[in-house]
Write a protein of this length. Sequence first.
Length: 260
Amino acid sequence: MDTGAATEGYHAPGPADFNLPPIFNGFPLLDKFMLQAIIAVIAIAIFWIVMARKNKIVPTKGQFVGEWVYNFVRNGIARDMIGHDFKKYLPFLIALFSFLLVNNLFGVFPLTLMPTTAHVGWAYGLAGLVWITYNTVGIMKHGPVRYFKNTVLPSGVPWFMWPLIIPLEFLSNIIIRPITLSLRLFANMFAGHLLVMVFVLGGEYLLLEAGPIVNKIAGGVSLIFSMAIFGLELFVQALQAFIFTVLTAQYISSATAEEH
């Protein structure tokens, strides 16, 4: 039996393709995802520093983009979701939105083609940061006892419903929120990139390796269709950065509200 021939053929992409090895031996934490996150932080910091220092009356294209993103997060997310105290949380929300947007868009950049948040660890880490933030601001405003009471016991609930409402509210506000926040982001990035890989790799195999002409035609169609999926992914990546930031602002608003 020819073992070489047995191993040839189409290898369907799967979750194992997202487990990337370290870039350098001896540095297990420095993989492609970590490198992309570091590049994103540096690029975002440079972008906003330049935007803050070189403002002109007639904005350049770069200044126009920076002002549009700033106003979008300020007016469309922070002010609308949090209210009159939104300014103190605006830097965090802008940094979060910028970081998510850039790392999500790494999935369509030619030299990366892998969204950082397609690794579940990054989604959990960002959701954990949000969880710490909104609970911290709530405790700082109300104190630990009052904040916990507002979180698990909405006003107006009769006392005989407390044994049912308190566990449900605790699960919903303390446990479920960060889990759903992280999994929503991860699932969209992971599934979208996996779908792109299926069409691109499958189309390439059918076009270059398969014999019958009908398979080559199917491969070409698959590669063309993958471009449409890239366009859809671009929309989903921006949308997920927006949704994650909106929910973060909503959680901060809920944590600082006088009554839930």
